[in-house]
Design a protein around this ligand. Structure first.
Ligand SMILES: [Zn+2]
Length: 304
């Protein structure tokens, strides 16, 4: 009984410490991105969304670096632009944490159950817009409550989702370029968000993340569970070649991924299909991830 009381007290203490994060505001950022249409490199939606990000991130951050690159399309005979956004908060600190998400959407719905749809681009409400939506709202919080000790860098990367099945090197193209040119001072570690708005949310511990920084994975999962978000499950999931993988491989900086790879669950699939739309995303799920990240940031800032 005594241990239960102690545990309960500790849970309440942490819960009171939680940062407020608006799932509604994050959802409005998710919908806004989808309203620009598909956002794969070379699309009209890409350029419109890039202008939108530039305006928002300029307003909230201390400095914004927009990295414009042109690469050859991995499978077509044409050049395409890649645009990465790197926004710094509390720029004077050299103790920095990087938060990253990809903002591009997949050019082909190659997992759609309807064969005719497989040549069409996806809207990427969850796979593309969701991680960005959380980070844009984190940017607002960082502007409203300036950090004292640590600095945060928000990186929105392009060209994550261009690879075809079995061709891992053509995923994470924006991250691969950015990682060779990352501005100094370098972050201590990186946290990547991908597919975080699923209504049936479940985060397993991704394998490359555990190999890269097991302590950080445990810290985030522990914090999430103390906050009551037991969708952060203490179970080892698959190994995912995502932006965190390339970032860690190229820079050597530890990087972990918070990713819900079963969208919506193991029985149904909306991932890389035309069903990846805002209606299949959840305010509560965005709030859960945003609350964990915001609380992690300010807790780290206070205890640094
Ligand atoms: Zn994808």
């Amino acid at each position: 009984m005594k241990s239960l009381i102690i545990l309960l007290f500790f849970s309440i203490f942490i819960a009171q410490d939680a940062m407020f994060f608006s799932g509604e505001k994050a959802m409005s950022y998710l919908i806004k991105q989808c309203n620009f249409g598909p956002r794969f490199p070379g699309s009209e939606g890409q350029l419109k969304t890039a202008q939108y990000f530039e305006k928002i991130l300029k307003e909230t951050s201390d400095s914004l670096y927009v990295m414009n690159e042109r690469i050859k399309h991995p499978y077509l005979e044409k050049e395409i632009p890649l645009i990465n956004f790197f926004a710094r908060y509390n720029i004077k600190s050299d103790q920095r944490i990087l938060l990253m998400a990809h903002w591009d959407t997949r050019e082909i719905a190659d997992k759609d159950e309807n064969e005719e749809n497989r040549v069409l681009p996806i809207l990427g409400a969850n796979d593309g817009a969701s991680g960005v939506a959380v980070l844009l709202e984190i940017g607002n919080i960082l502007k409203e409550f300036p950090l004292e000790n640590i600095g945060i860098d928000i990186l929105l990367v392009d060209g994550e989702d261009m690879g075809r099945e079995g061709d891992a090197d053509n995923f994470g193209l924006g991250t691969q370029i950015f990682s060779t040119k990352i501005p100094r001072p370098l972050p201590i570690h990186a946290i990547c968000l991908d597919m975080v708005a699923d209504k049936d949310q479940e985060f397993l511990m991704e394998q490359y993340s555990l190999m890269s920084d097991q302590r950080l994975v445990k810290e985030i999962w522990d914090l999430a569970n103390y906050l009551g978000y037991n969708q952060f499950v203490y179970e080892i999931g698959p190994a995912i070649i995502d932006d965190h993988y390339f970032f860690n491989k190229i820079t050597g900086i530890p990087a972990i991924d918070i990713i819900d790879f079963n969208y919506p669950n193991t029985k149904k699939n909306y991932w890389h299909t035309l069903k990846d739309i805002p209606e299949n995303c959840s305010v509560e799920s965005l709030k859960a991830v945003g609350t964990v990240i915001a609380t992690y940031i300010y807790h780290t800032d206070r205890t640094y």
